[in-house]
Ligand binder design. Sequence first.
Ligand code: ADP
Length: 369
Amino acid sequence: MKLSHKLFVSYLMVIGVSLVVLSIATSFIAPQNFWETLHNRGMGAGNRGGMMEHLEILDAQLDVSVRASVNNALILAGGAAVLTAVIVSWFVSQRIVRPIRAVVDLSQRIASGHYEERLDARTGDELGELMTSFNQMASVLAESETTRRQLLADVTHELKTPLASIKGYMEGLQDNILPAIPETFQIVHREAARLQRLVEDLQELSRVESGQVPIQPQTLDPAQIVQVVVERMQPQFSDKNIALQVEIPPVLPSVRADHDRLEQILTNLLGNALQYSPSAGKVTVCLKPSDHMLDIAVRDTGIGLAPEDRERIFQRFYRVDKSRSRASGGSGIGLTITRYLVEAQGGRIWAESPGPGQGSTFHFTLPAA
Ligand code: ADP
């Protein structure tokens, strides 16, 4: 049964019950009161004998007449009440049903892909609140749909280049255009390795974004973790002739962070500093307490960043120099994962640089314990 019909039936029930009660009350109480009043008046007037005779004659007629008038009045009132019920239930159901109908219609349109449509939530009542929160839900859905489409486009684009390269080399080998020498196979292997890295990075990004990477904060000594990561990466820096230093003040607060994730963040940032610094450069890790947080900075003397890239490099697949980053196997996802990991631990990450060619500093913060 529709809501408007239910409303109408409920009004009818109220009217029905009222009419039954009213008719019972009037058929028992009203005539009794009427006769009592009439008799009392007759007796009070001192004309008891004549009046009684007169009343007895009129009794039957009056009784019928009183009941008929009461019934007429009830029928009239009942008719007016039913008419009112029809009008009121129609009006109320319009006020309630129309917005609900709009929500139902729009939810079906959103389900069929029209994410940009919204409801006109003008009323300040609960229905208005329902429509406002429905609109908010639609906006979130639209946003995640845009992200999904963008991701699909990005992934397709990223997969295309190495796949086309592998295909080209294999065709060259098949047609004897390319020599079947170790160098050719190495190139094919490098492209396949790039694909593998991209898929692994995507897997990690999806795990981080969907909150599947468990963050277990504990009280940690940041200096000790920095030292461990720096020692582990030292050989790679030495290979490229880049000095790797650590600046740790004598007094430092402990931090609330996940041990493995903190190592992952430092490894990512130091890996980038190594990758984007020419040999004979210098990379420094500085730890500094600041306002209930610990600021960890990775400073390099590398290629630096233009002001417009400082924010964008944290976006998925964004690389300042695509060909350069691709050549070194970069997927443009590392900093996106790093940002998620920092923020999931209650911190913030940002990049600073005086400009291209002048080095850059990546700062991130973690809550002090
Ligand atoms: P990638 O795998 O390409 O390194 P990232 O997400 O780690 O992906 O970095 C995104 C982009 O940010 C890089 O392609 C590079 O252009 C820029 N970038 C990252 N770290 C540095 C750095 N230390 N100095 C200069 N540019 C950097």
